[in-house]
Design a protein around this ligand. Structure first.
Ligand code: NDP
Length: 489
């Protein structure tokens, strides 16, 4: 079914085609879809930017990007097909008159996808320009990049601007974590396996940890990052989306709205963190100089272009509670930061301990089972179990050892190429499936909760705690779990 639908031809219009995201991710992903025969022969990819370059120059630039950012050598046959789909229009997106040029490049009889890979501040201008050029219709789909605003009020403003021209059923809000195989696998793992489905609540689970660690700093994006901080950059979107997939109730089916209705309920049950509980439940840090993977790196305030009095956080640890039936009393600990020792993203589900220990002789403290979902690197799923040590001798007749049942995606699915998240999401847009995109009410519920924490931090007047680059954040992050007799995985 997927293949048949994907053969519907469309005009895929990429606003901001010369930007970092388009060059690094979107154009190489479209090329991969071409390679996998998932684009109709008549589909066109129309780049929009303000540079005055010719069609030939544009095609040469796209080729250069694909060669630079694809992990494999360019396939000449695919490139030939893909390059024939490329078109370029020069538009100043803030100037309504310049959209007239655009009209000659699209076919009003075909479905159009408009991907806004631009700063959100000009989403409204683009909509106005499209309207002025009289090319908006009901079959059109628009893709919005994150972040949608920097708080609830600004996110509503952007959503309102776009909603003036497009119905919610036409809007695809990207959170690229929702296109990652391992994140999608959370749905399969939970609802296709009774072993997990029946043990997925406060009766069986002690607590959950979600960690998204980056070893890089802010990679020259000081201006953007300093405005956002780690909370807006990572927690409001990626970490909360992962949390919703772990915590949601079984959806009625896999339709977009069935899934998004359940995710929304989770966001609505997030217990508010405000002035009364912000100190107990949150840790914010900012890195100072140190060593990451043996390399000396500067502190956040010593990065090029830094505002040396910035109090933006580059690390967050949170204790999150859900006020609902399934998760009463089960903390979700979230941790994310820059300049940590490794680039690694994991979900760890810690099950409750056995009520009675039969194996005291070899294991006075029987450890709890742990389910690990490795989002990156080495994507996979691992269950930590207790196992008898084989052999005739030992301290007792029942010596135990902690062992791992390990499913590594790269080994199990050797012949399958693991697609980039953007490939999956671009394909879903062309297919018209919104399940992997964030609905307006989800974005706003997430902002409402995040705004409460940001306000509490602001009112507390406490600066972020320093941590050395190359460590796992401030000591207070360890204490957040230690005072509840727990530890980060
Ligand atoms: P860039 O600043 O690199 O690119 C933005 C693009 O928009 C550029 O091509 C720029 O054109 C164009 N643009 C801006 N204003 C105008 C205008 N008035 N008229 C015509 N073109 C204009 O941003 P990114 O590619 O990094 O990000 C794009 C969006 O994606 C942002 O919303 C960002 O938050 C989001 N995003 C980016 C990620 C990334 O990894 N880069 C990751 C996740 C989200 P010009 O080249 O002429 O300046």
């Amino acid at each position: 079914m997927v293949l048949e639908n994907s053969f519907e031809p469309c005009d895929f219009v990429l606003f901001g085609t010369q930007g970092d995201l388009a060059r690094r991710k979107l154009l190489p992903s479209l090329y991969q879809l071409e390679k996998a025969d998932l684009m109709h022969a008549e589909t066109k990819v129309i780049g929009v930017a303000r540079q005055d370059i010719s069609q030939v120059e544009y095609v040469a630039l796209v080729k250069e990007n694909i060669e630079k950012f694809s992990k494999e050598e360019l396939c000449q046959e695919t490139w030939q097909r893909f390059s024939e789909k490329l078109d370029y229009v020069q538009v100043d997106m803030k100037n309504i008159d310049s959209y007239k040029a655009f009209k000659d490049h699209v076919d009003p009889k075909r479905m159009m996808v408009c991907y806004f890979a631009t700063p959100p501040s000009i989403f409204g201008d683009i909509c106005l320009g499209l309207k002025a050029a009289k090319i908006i219709d009901k079959s059109m789909r628009v893709v919005l990049e994150k972040p949608i605003g920097h708080d609830l009020a600004s996110s509503k403003k952007i959503n309102d601007q776009v909603a003036e021209f497009f119905d919610e059923s036409q809007i695809y809000r990207i959170d690229h974590y929702l296109g990652k195989e391992t994140v999608l696998n959370l749905i399969a793992l939970r609802f296709a396996n009774s072993i997990f489905a029946t043990n997925w609540d406060h009766n069986c689970i002690d607590h959950v940890q979600i960690s998204v660690a980056e070893s890089v700093g802010i990679e020259g994006r000081w201006g953007y990052f300093d405005e956002a901080g780690q909370m807006r950059d990572m927690v409001q979107n990626h970490l909360l989306q992962i949390l919703t997939l772990i915590a949601m109730e079984p959806p009625a089916n896999l339709d977009a709205d069935s899934i998004r209705d359940e995710k929304l309920k989770v966001l609505k049950s997030l217990r508010p963190i405000n002035a009364s509980n912000v100190r107990q439940n949150t840790v914010r840090g900012q890195y100072v100089g140190g060593f990451v993977k043996g390399q000396e790196v500067p502190g956040y305030l010593d990065e090029p272009d830094a505002n040396t009095s910035s109090e933006s956080e580059t690390f967050i640890a949170l204790k999150v509670e859900l006020d609902n039936w399934r998760w009463a009393g089960v903390p979700f600990y979230l941790r994310t930061g820059k300049r940590l020792p490794n680039k690694t993203s994991e979900v760890n589900i810690f099950f409750k301990r056995q009520p009675h220990n039969l194996f005291k002789d070899s294991f006075p403290e029987l450890p709890a089972n742990k389910l690990t979902i490795r989002l990156q690197p080495d994507e996979g799923v691992e269950v930590t179990v207790m196992n008898k040590v084989p052999g005739l001798t030992g301290k007792s007749s029942m010596d135990l050892q902690k062992s791992k049942l390990n499913l590594s995606f790269s080994e199990t699915f050797k012949d399958e190429r693991i697609a980039d998240a953007y490939e999956k999401l671009l394909l879903e847009v062309m297919l018209g499936n919104q399940a992997l995109f964030v609905r307006r009410d989800e974005v706003e519920a997430a902002w409402k909760w995040v705004d409460g924490i940001l306000a509490a931090w602001k009112n507390s007047n406490e600066p972020p705690e320093p941590y050395q680059a190359g460590t796992w954040g401030p000591v207070a992050s360890i204490a957040l779990l230690a005072r509840e007799d727990r530890a980060w995985y």
